[in-house]
Design a protein around this ligand. Structure first.
Ligand code: ATP
Ligand code: MG
Length: 160
């Protein structure tokens, strides 16, 4: 299905902004022009839902979550950054494994199964993209994912 990825992403963020119970601010650093892409919206909604709910789950009161889309030559890079507890060095890549959870006690309290990011990885890879994380313990986490993107420039000027 063809969508404007910026509109698609904004809608999901809006839904969280309306329903979140935490006092966490959202900041959007998104392009102001459309990014037309063919995606499976249901699958990517699952990906983004999980990443945002993780960001909220691990954010402190008064924290900020930042949403970005960077447009490159042949891909876009979407990122979601929180100011939460972070993930210990050495464990950052494990979070995409099935049932992996950093802190068993903390995770039990916060609920969930530890499958969210493993499913997200499958969904992103089904779009020929990649998903990865950068995190500093005590400072916060950014989850990135890339999606292939063919940029069609407006070539109208060539005829003048
Ligand atoms: P589920 O998504 O199935 O409800 P979950 O959120 O625990 O459960 P994942 O989304 O796969 O599972 O995340 C795996 C683990 O990675 C989490 O349990 C948590 O320890 C760690 N993690 C994920 N996102 C963050 C984040 N933004 N900040 C800190 N830790 C995180
Ligand atoms: Mg999760």
């Amino acid at each position: 299905e063809w969508v404007d990825f910026v509109v698609f992403f904004n809608r999901i963020i809006d839904r969280f902004e309306l329903t979140k119970e935490q006092t966490v601010d959202f900041e959007r650093k998104l392009p102001d022009k459309p990014i037309l892409m063919e995606i499976d919206p249901d699958k990517l909604t699952q990906v983004i839902d999980n990443v945002i709910s993780n960001a909220l789950k691990y954010s402190p009161e008064g924290g900020k979550v930042t949403f970005r889309i960077k447009e490159q030559e042949d891909q876009i890079i979407v990122s979601i950054t929180d100011q939460g507890v972070g993930i210990p060095k050495g464990n950052v890549n494990k979070i995409f494994g099935r049932f992996y959870r950093v802190d068993k006690a903390r995770s039990r309290k916060l609920g969930g199964t530890g499958l969210g990011l493993a499913i997200a990885k499958e969904m992103v890879e089904a779009h020929d993209g990649h998903i990865w994380a950068r995190s500093i313990e005590g400072k916060g986490t950014t989850i990135f994912f890339s999606l292939p993107y063919e940029k069609y420039e407006d070539e109208g000027d060539d005829w003048n």
